[in-house]
Design a protein around this ligand. Structure first.
Ligand code: ADP
Ligand code: MG
Length: 276
């Protein structure tokens, strides 16, 4: 059976299209610490899934496994039809994919972290064109054209010659998003990208992510911003202790949660300040 047939064989219905991301029975531990305890999740093309849950529940580890920044111990991750991480040898043993193949797959997955990690000695434009030229093999002219397009998208075209230190935290994070988009990824992963920002800068970054979602980008967004999780997520996933406790449409998850653990978490985080 080829990959495509395998994926369709496990998706919910024969008529439903293959998901952009398929995670099956994902397990990951650090030493004796079981961090992911059997995650199952399928995300459709163009879907926005927001992930909430207490600190230490495995949210960052999950995102890191998807683009294989972290290895995993058991299960399978399939991105747009291609398994990422491991292949089976002739005897059915799991072996790590060659680095070259992993890098080719990673290029399709944009990831933005809480810390934007721009190169301080490079201008905004240089930061953005670096990977497209060095990793994706784009010509310099092509990379610049793509970078300007993405800077337009995040509203920072006029800052292409600025250095990161000349920008606010919100602007730097928008550059980091443009840098991810410049690789033309099939999906974007966001890990608490507004957590390090001053409150007055959070809105501009969330606004860029809202536009991306409206443009049809497939996104997984780990966030503490409950109003954002509710308003932008097509689906909300609540994680606790290495498991998906509950998932559902935002209104159901926030206002009619089925599980006691979800209710307890929401009770803690849904303060008058959360805007919900
Ligand atoms: P979250 O993002 O939900 O706060 P994490 O995925 O960062 O959770 O962490 C889940 C668990 O994995 C925590 O117990 C954390 O201490 C542990 N952990 C995360 N990264 C590492 C690492 N690199 N080495 C060892 N333990 C880790
Ligand atoms: Mg985290």
């Amino acid at each position: 059976m080829n990959h495509q047939a395998m994926i369709q064989g496990v998706s919910s219905g024969a008529e439903s299209p293959a998901p952009m991301i398929l995670i099956e029975n994902l397990h990951k531990s650090y030493g004796h610490n079981d961090v992911l305890k059997g995650i199952n999740l399928a995300i459709a093309k163009g879907e926005v899934v927001t992930i909430i849950g207490p600190s230490g529940s495995g949210k960052s580890t999950l995102l890191s496994c998807i683009n294989f920044l972290e290895s995993y111990d058991e299960g399978r991750i399939v991105v747009d039809g291609a398994v990422i991480g491991y292949v089976e040898d002739g005897k059915g043993r799991r072996i790590r994919m060659p680095e070259k193949d992993l890098n080719a797959l990673r290029q399709q997955i944009g990831i933005v972290f809480q810390q934007y990690n721009l190169f301080p000695h490079m201008t905004v434009l240089q930061n953005i064109i670096e990977a497209p030229i060095q990793v994706a093999g784009m010509s310099r002219a092509e990379a610049i054209a793509v970078a300007r397009l993405q800077l337009d998208r995040v509203g920072l075209r006029n800052k292409e010659n600025a250095y990161p230190s000349e920008l606010s935290g919100g602007q730097q994070q928008r550059v980091a998003i443009a840098r991810g988009l410049a690789m033309m990824p099939k999906l974007m992963l966001f890990d608490e990208v507004t957590s390090a920002l001053d409150p007055e800068l959070v809105g501009e970054v969330l606004g860029v992510m809202r536009d991306l979602a409206a443009d049809g980008m497939t996104m997984m967004v780990v966030t503490h911003e409950m109003a954002f999780a509710r308003d932008v997520g097509d689906r909300v996933v609540f994680m606790d202790d290495g498991r998906i406790v509950e998932e559902g449409p935002p209104d159901q998850l926030f206002y009619a949660p089925r599980k006691e653990r979800t209710r307890a978490f929401l009770k803690r985080v849904l303060t008058p300040q959360s805007g919900l």
